[in-house]
Design a protein around this ligand. Sequence first.
Ligand code: FAD
Length: 473
Amino acid sequence: MSRPSPKERMAIARTKMREQEAAARAKNFKEVNQGLEELAAREEAKRCLECKNKPCVAGCPVAVRIPEFLMKVADGDLAGAAAILREDNALPATTGRVCPQEKQCEQVCIRGKKGEPVAIGWLERFVADWAARNMEPPKPPAVKTGYHVCVVGSGPGGLTAAGELARMGHDVTIFEALHAAGGVLRYGIPEFRLPKDIVDREVANLEALGVKIECDVVVGKTITVRQILEEFDACFVANGAGLPVFMHIPGENLKGIYSANEYLTRVNLMGAYLPGSKTPIAKGACAVVFGGGNTAMDGVRTAKRLGSARAILAYRRSHDEMPARAEEVKHAEEEGIEFLFLVAPLEFLGDAKGWVRAVRMQRMELGEPDASGRRRPVPVKGSEFELPCDIGVVAVGTSSNPLLTSTVPELKLNKWGNIEIDANQMTSVPGLFAGGDIVRGGATVILAMGDGKKAAQSMDAYLKEKVERAEDW
Ligand SMILES: Cc1cc2nc3c(=O)[nH]c(=O)nc-3n(C[C@H](O)[C@H](O)[C@H](O)COP(=O)(O)OP(=O)(O)OC[C@H]3O[C@@H](n4cnc5c(N)ncnc54)[C@H](O)[C@@H]3O)c2cc1C
């Protein structure tokens, strides 16, 4: 197959993603990005320069062989591209949609030095969607090891570990506390960014590999970690960091104020986004969402879609410090989301019936950098003002839920309650591994997946060593 010369590759401009028009999409929950056509995808893949040292692969926490799958796309061998993705990435249709590529693979893409990087994420999504339409689900391995392993939590960390372990021939059971699998992919990230049928599809592919998922099992309550370690040969804990953090300001308990976790769970997991849904959720003319990350962005864009004429994002730093994905910020701006930068809430004010009617805020300015390296917001004296609102959504972070960890006294935790692990993802309890947000604090989908992949390799080695130890006796 003849491939374009480097000069010809350099002459190809980055493709554009088809999107729902902004005014229309701000009123519906259908996916914003519409995917690439095959011809556009093949042209885009040809922009890859096939660099020798492959910085994009090093920039990907699950080390997807990016140039290899891109060249398959360029050649029109989409089944070949999908086979590579399936080997390297358990959830390609998800990461192709939600990964912050601009901070990972695309950030280090050599094409980005002179112009725009290759649209790696969009191509990953294209191939994963093509595979779903045209390929059979993956098959379980023919040879089984006879080991039984358990995974706690079905978010991206748990699903990835489960998929890897199943492909190695282990018998894998996931225990999930909620009634549906997916973790934040299902209950946090809205339909307009990651449709539920995509999550269903990715989960079904793992089930096709032999992964068993038992929902409505709260580890620490329904079953203890000790029982799991007696019943299974090893266990990977990826129960996330789903405990909401509040701002602890007066009035935070007024009606109409939600943690982002609850707000998004009502909409996504409990279906409040569906037409005619009976799920209770407050709707109002003016919603204010506090925070600057992906969760805040999802909250404010959701409020707009639920009918708030004004949907405002209030952030205590400035535009450039917002940790949210660049694409979400751009989409939110286009959809008419209002941004209030350098402000911090002081107090929520209520009406006679106990509903929020306004938030009292103060302006901030940026001072010296803090521990995170970002400039610390400092209050501006005498700058207080009142902003009328009837919905408030607090999206200032989450922390680890002690429900599981508190039941295992020998489990070493750090001062924030996150599980401590060694270089092989093993915790202080032999046979118990951990990864994702419960180890890192709120991080990203792909970092949780990277942990799951690494843990699966370590667990496999641990199980093999267990046999050797037993044979030595
Ligand atoms: C609204 C929102 C939007 C986000 N957007 C992005 C984005 O665009 N891109 C990105 O990269 N990252 C994003 N993130 C962050 C990302 O989703 C997380 O970093 C990632 O999901 C962490 O994966 P995890 O597997 O560690 O945990 P989770 O996804 O949190 O999954 C943990 C699972 O464990 C289950 N569980 C908890 N306790 C127990 C128990 N005791 N027993 C059994 N099961 C239990 C939970 O129900 C859950 O299903 C977002 C986060 C949020 C909240």
